[in-house]
Write a protein that binds this ligand. Structure first.
Ligand code: ATP
Ligand code: MG
Length: 140
């Protein structure tokens, strides 16, 4: 299995509750390495670009408002099968449907304020990483 990289966000509901360390512990326990990380305040434009695929969905405005409501921690994670592995520890989008022990089951407040993001394919991972990190900021 090849070593992959994926893009992760610790969302504003989680940074507000001081959950960065608890979430990072679950990421590292799963065997993923945090090879880049920074705490930022997203601009509206950055959030709209990041979630452009959802532009026509009824929750788009609520989602963008939420993503800029407080600081986020953007990360690059590296490891074997990183994209799928990360999605597994995140859990389902709706926390009421997320499996026990997943980040969203443990910490998410609602389907919108669901604590974390993870890329869903190798293609989106490349695009999402490039939106927030230059290559010299990623140290594997
Ligand atoms: P993410 O892309 O953030 O990792 P995901 O892939 O599990 O999450 P998507 O369908 O891509 O889910 O939705 C992106 C984000 O939009 C969700 O994580 C959540 O914050 C928000 N969202 C999704 N569905 C709804 C909804 N019905 N109402 C409000 N917000 C929603
Ligand atoms: Mg998604």
């Amino acid at each position: 299995m090849a070593i992959e990289r994926t893009f992760s966000i610790i969302k504003p509901d989680a940074t507000a509750r001081n959950l960065t360390g608890a979430i990072n512990a679950l990421i590292e326990k799963a065997g993923l390495r945090i090879v880049a990380q920074k705490r930022i305040r997203m601009t509206r434009e950055q959030a709209e670009t990041f979630y452009a695929v959802h532009k026509r969905r009824p929750f788009f405005e609520e989602l963008v408002d939420f993503m800029i409501s407080g600081p986020v921690v953007v990360q690059v994670l590296e490891g074997e099968n990183a994209i799928l592995k990360h999605r597994e520890i995140i859990g389902a989008t709706d926390p009421s449907k997320a499996a026990d022990g997943t980040i969203r089951k443990l910490y998410a407040k609602s389907v919108c304020e669901n604590s974390v993001h993870g890329s869903d394919t190798t293609e989106t991972a490349v695009v999402e990483i490039a939106q927030f990190f230059s290559s010299n900021e990623i140290v594997g």
